[in-house]
Design a protein around this ligand. Structure first.
Ligand code: FES
Length: 77
């Protein structure tokens, strides 16, 4: 089973397996999400899942439903 993950604002849609790291799904789609600690502390990798709110992509798994992910562009990272 796979689900669709849609990355905004570039509107890139990629298939992913539930449980797969959002950060890795983004990388597979050619999207670079800034990272730092990769442990959930620095929030450099923060993205927003529509209807759910902000999450750290390094720790967040793809849910078992299709989602839309809003990427932040923070010039400080
Ligand atoms: S890279 Fe630091 S919280 Fe994800």
């Amino acid at each position: 089973m796979s689900v669709s993950v849609r990355f905004m604002p570039d509107d890139i849609i990629v298939e992913a397996k539930p449980g797969e790291s959002l950060l890795l799904v983004a990388r597979r789609a050619g999207i670079t999400i800034p990272t730092g600690c990769l442990m959930g502390s620095c929030h450099a990798c923060e993205v927003e899942i529509e209807g759910q709110g902000p999450v750290c992509s390094c720790l967040t798994s793809t849910p078992n439903r299709s989602i839309t992910v809003q990427l932040y562009s923070d010039p400080t990272w």
